[in-house]
Design a protein around this ligand. Structure first.
Ligand code: ZN
Length: 155
């Protein structure tokens, strides 16, 4: 896995060292658990919804650098967005992680998230680390009571 280096862009390193929104959100209106048993990544996602708008979002958890950086970037990217926009970004990230979205030639709303994870589809074991936060967000927006597992979320 020499090429794994490609994955560790400066952005991922930065977000892993200094994750954004890494805290418990006391004002949360929704709380969602997510697990990636393959790697042992665990996340608790807190959402404060104001109608259809994600007014605030934060996470806590324990996981590898990719899962942590992905959660940091995901929470920054969707904060202030409405549910429909966040769901669109979830599906764009899902396509990116499967190698079906080329961020350079196809329109998307992921910003630097797409740049940081543009190579993740080359590392199948890492896709789940990168996707965990997004799957957890998706479940939280749907109001699921069940904990998310990347093993069950596959589609
Ligand atoms: Zn991981």
């Amino acid at each position: 896995m020499d090429n794994l280096k490609e994955l560790y862009t400066e952005v991922i390193t930065f977000h892993n060292k200094k994750p954004r929104n890494f805290r418990r959100l006391e004002s949360a209106t929704r709380e969602q658990e997510g697990y990636n048993p393959l790697c042992g990544d665990q996340i608790t996602l807190y959402l404060e919804m104001d109608g259809e708008t994600i007014r605030d979002i934060a996470f806590q958890g324990d996981g590898c650098s990719i899962s942590r950086a992905a959660a940091s970037m995901m929470t920054s990217a969707v904060k202030g967005r409405n549910r429909a926009e966040a769901e669109e970004m979830f599906s764009e990230f899902h396509r990116l992680a499967k190698g079906e979205l080329d961020p350079d030639t196809q329109p998307h709303h992921l910003g630097h998230v797409a740049t940081a994870f543009s190579n993740v589809h080359k590392y199948p074991a890492r896709v789940k680390c990168a996707s965990l936060a997004w799957h957890t967000l998706h479940a939280a927006l749907e109001g699921s009571d069940e904990a998310v597992s990347t093993e069950r979320e596959e589609r």
